[in-house]
Every structure is written in structure tokens, then in C-alpha cells.
Design a protein around this ligand. Structure first.
Ligand SMILES: NC(=O)C1=CN([C@@H]2O[C@H](COP(=O)(O)OP(=O)(O)OC[C@H]3O[C@@H](n4cnc5c(N)ncnc54)[C@H](OP(=O)(O)O)[C@@H]3O)[C@@H](O)[C@H]2O)C=CC1
Ligand SMILES: N[C@@H](CC=O)C(=O)O
Length: 428
């Protein structure tokens, strides 16, 4: 078979890893697919920029159409990021019969169905394994490994930057700002790290995972999102004292065909395997009705881990080329989603309340929970280290989200409560 020619859009953290793997593992790749894989041209923003790798100058271009419109290019690998321009390049590449591999979760979460339909119409592959959980092959696992099962829960640490930050805050007492800078230097964070710390990156990944896992048309706006920017050292310390780690979790659940998807900082019981997933590592816990509990673990971001997923997709495209089956994989039709109401969403909650330190306070607070039928697992009252008043820590039993919201609204007008300091979901 003649060499397969690749046009690479982007030569940053991930693009550099892709070049290293394709060049460094060339013989091994060739032995798997029967032809060499050649990176023919590379799109960058600035050809004059110093690069971590030596690349022949004539391979670099600042004009995307040099790649998209080149009839010699068989596969476009998109690792430049962004949405509007990238979508245009990918759709044009597909219309010209080129296969596409992308690491772009922003694009796939928003426009995945349209891009996949365009690929199918042109009998092309569009593969996006690296878009979720970096080096963990979770997308292929959900599509193929779970094809015989019915998944009811997908829960994961799917953002490496925030897990890196929370781990360093928890284990080393490091400051949020310093660790975020370190994550940026290590190439983990998005070009605008707001999408990492505010949970949007994780929400995009959970949109992709829940669409594939539940085989339903979940959209980004269906995901309720809260990030970690308001998590304090105090919250982390309390979590630890009570036997939990605070993690940014994506949680997708299905019950009787009703779905909920959220991203939120969550107290995870230390005995749950997700609690010990640290640093830039990601983990995705999947519960299938038949298989029971499973968990997939690995590096969630960074040059080579992410590049392994991109290059594995490239290998899959070339194998499909050999078999003449491009554009024929994947789920052909997703079910119309049904979203759970707040009354149908059930979880345990942790609350940290700053309260007046006087007789009867605890009774008035527990009364509010009782009025809304939220039952309590544990209640702890102690002096508040920051002022002369007191703190109450409550962990509820499973409660529906609507009832919890009513409790929180009632607390706004309860004079004995000075401040609802923190509210977190609890898992495990
Ligand atoms: N970093 C990671 O760990 C992971 C990243 N991803 C995704 O992979 C993609 C790439 O991420 P990453 O490698 O970190 O990004 P970087 O910012 O490190 O690299 C982006 C690359 O694309 C080029 N580029 C960006 N915009 C343009 C443009 N408009 N025209 C031409 N070239 C452009 C840049 O050129 P130049 O070099 O000249 O600036 C650079 O080479 C993103 O979608 C990201 O979300 C997915 C999983 C993990
Ligand atoms: N910024 C992302 C990169 C990988 O998707 C993360 O931190 O997980």
C-alpha cells in the first residue's frame, strides 16, 4: 500500500507529541497497518516560532487551505483547537474525501452530530479519542466494549488541570493560583484556562461521554456546571477530616431512560477508587447493568499521553482504508434524550454552615431539613476558628435536588444562619 499522507493542523503540545510518535514509532506503525504514515504538511500560526522539535521549514505552512485543498493529503489531524475556523476546515476536508482525527472536545461537544453526519455522507472517518481523558481509550471502550450492555452511570475525573490543582492544594497546601500557572507551563491547561477551572472543559467531555454511553443526543446545555474557582483550602481540609477528597467530578446518570449530567466539585469518600486519582491523572468509572463496576485510569492531558490517542485513531483510519470500511463505524442513530427533573435527581450533600452560637440553633436548622423531607446522615457542631460564632457541618442521606434547593432557600431567611459557606455533592 502506498504511504498514507497526513496533514497536521497544529504543532503545539499535542501536535508535537503526534510528530514524535509517528516518526519515532514508524516501523511499529507500519508493521500494524502495512504502509508508512507520512506527515506531509503542518499548519502553524507562526512559522518563525522556536519549536521543541526540528521540522523542515518547507513542511510548515500558515495557510490551512494548503492542507485542506491538497489532493495528496489522505488524513487531516486537527490539534490546533478553537471552534469556528476548525469546524470549517474539518467540514471542507470531509467534503473532499479526507478522513479526520481530532482532539477537539470543544468542537465535538458542540458540533459532533453535524461533523459525524458529514463524515458518513462522504464515507469518511472522523475519530476523536483524544478529546476525552487524554491517553485513556474511553471513547472506543464506550462504543465497542460496552456495546452489549446498558450503562447507567458514568462518573469521572475528566479534567487533568483541575485535578492537578486540587491534588496539590490537598497534599501540599499549595495556592490555587501557583498550581494553575504550573499546569499551564506543563501544557495541561487550555489556551484559556477558564474553561478548565470553571468546569466547561469537563462539561464538554461529559457531553461526549454521555452521548456515547447512553446512546442519546445529549447536548452541552443539558449539563449543569460548577467549577473549582470557589473551592477553598478550608473546604479541602474539612473534606479530609471527614474522610473525603474534594474532586471535580463529571457525573452522568440514567434511570428508566431519564438522564442527568453534571460537573461539580464533589466530596468523594476515601474508600472510592476515584478518591485516589491524583495529579494530572484522569479516571472514568462506568457502571453497566450487566458488567457492574468498571474503571479506566490514565494520564488525562499532556503531550505524549494525548498523542497516543491521536495516533491510535490515525492507525484505525489506515486500517479502515485497507479494509475499505471508512465512515461505517459508530452508532447510527441516537435516542431522543429525556432529562431528569430536579425531583428525579438524587444525591447526598455536604453543607458547611456558619451559625450563631446560642441555644436552639441546631434544632431550628434540623427542623428546616425535616420540613423538606431531607434526612440527615451526620451533624457536627463546633466553634468556628475564624470568628466567635459556630460552624455546623451536615451530611445528608440521599435527597432529591429540588428538596435540597428548598432547604437552601429557607436558610436564606433563617436568622441563626450567618452564611451557607459551602455545599457539595457527596459520592461513595
Ligand atoms: N494539551 C493537552 O493536554 C490536550 C489538548 N487537547 C486538545 O488538543 C488541541 C490542541 O491542544 P494543545 O496542543 O494543547 O494546544 P497548543 O496551544 O499547545 O497548540 C496549538 C497549535 O495550533 C496552532 N494554531 C492555533 N490556532 C491556529 C490558527 N488559527 N491557525 C494556524 N495554527 C493555529 C498553534 O500554532 P503556533 O505553534 O504557531 O502558535 C499551535 O501549534 C485542543 O483542541 C485541546 O483542547 C486534548 C487533550 C489534551
Ligand atoms: N485542559 C485539558 C486538556 C485535556 O483535555 C485538561 O486539563 O484535562
Amino acid at each position: 500500500m502506498k504511504p498514507v499522507k497526513v496533514g497536521l493542523l497544529g504543532l503545539g503540545t499535542v501536535g508535537t507529541g503526534v510528530v514524535r510518535l509517528v516518526e519515532g514509532h514508524q516501523e511499529d506503525l507500519k508493521s500494524q497497518v502495512g504502509s508508512s504514515i507520512v506527515i506531509e504538511k503542518i499548519l502553524v500560526q507562526n512559522k518563525a516560532k522556536q519549536r521543541a522539535l526540528h521540522i523542515d521549514a518547507d513542511k510548515l505552512t500558515e495557510d490551512p487551505w494548503d492542507i485542506i485543498r491538497d489532493p495528496e493529503i489522505d488524513v487531516v489531524v486537527e490539534v490546533m483547537g478553537g471552534i469556528a475556523d476548525t469546524k470549517q476546515y474539518i467540514l471542507e476536508a470531509l467534503s473532499r474525501g479526507k478522513h479526520v482525527v481530532t482532539a477537539n472536545k470543544d468542537l465535538m461537544a458542540l458540533h459532533g452530530p453535524e461533523i459525524i453526519a458529514a463524515a458518513r455522507a462522504n464515507q469518511c472517518d472522523v475519530l476523536y479519542e483524544a478529546s476525552v481523558a487524554g491517553g485513556i481509550p474511553i471513547i472506543r471502550t464506550l462504543i465497542e466494549g460496552f456495546s452489549s450492555d446498558r450503562i447507567t452511570k458514568i462518573m469521572g475525573i475528566v479534567n487533568g488541570t483541575t485535578n492537578f490543582i486540587l491534588t496539590k492544594m490537598s497534599n501540599e497546601g499549595a495556592s490555587y493560583g501557583d498550581v494553575l500557572k504550573e499546569a499551564q507551563q506543563l501544557g495541561y491547561a487550555e489556551s484559556d484556562p477558564t474553561s478548565d477551572v470553571e468546569g466547561l472543559d469537563a462539561a464538554r467531555k461529559m457531553t461526549i461521554l454521555s452521548t456515547l454511553g447512553f446512546r442519546a443526543n445529549v447536548a452541552l446545555e443539558d449539563v449543569s456546571v460548577k467549577g473549582i474557582s470557589s473551592v477553598s483550602q478550608d473546604d479541602i481540609a474539612y473534606a479530609k477530616r471527614l474522610g473525603y477528597e474534594l474532586k471535580l467530578l463529571g457525573i452522568a446518570e440514567r434511570q428508566d431512560d431519564y438522564i442527568s449530567v453534571s460537573v461539580e466539585p464533589t466530596m468523594v469518600k476515601l474508600s472510592h477508587p476515584i478518591a485516589s486519582v491524583n495529579g494530572v491523572f484522569n479516571a472514568v468509572y462506568v457502571y453497566g447493568e450487566a458488567v457492574g463496576e468498571t474503571m479506566f485510569y490514565g494520564a488525562g492531558a499532556g503531550e505524549l499521553p494525548t498523542a497516543t490517542s491521536v495516533v491510535a485513531d490515525l492507525v484505525a483510519v489506515v486500517k479502515n482504508l485497507k479494509l475499505g470500511v471508512n465512515g461505517k463505524q459508530g452508532v447510527t442513530a441516537y435516542k431522543e434524550k429525556k432529562l431528569k427533573t430536579d425531583e428525579q435527581i438524587s444525591a447526598k450533600y455536604f453543607l458547611l454552615l456558619h451559625v450563631a452560637d446560642r441555644a436552639g440553633v441546631l434544632a431550628r436548622i434540623t427542623q428546616v431539613f425535616a420540613e423538606h423531607e431531607v434526612s440527615l446522615q451526620s451533624v457536627l457542631q463546633q466553634p468556628n476558628p475564624h470568628n466567635p460564632e459556630a460552624e455546623i457541618i451536615v451530611i445528608t442521606h440521599d435527597a432529591n435536588k429540588a428538596a435540597m434547593n428548598k432547604v437552601l432557600r429557607a436558610f436564606e431567611s433563617l436568622d441563626v444562619i450567618r452564611q451557607v459557606k459551602s455545599v457539595y455533592r457527596v459520592e461513595g
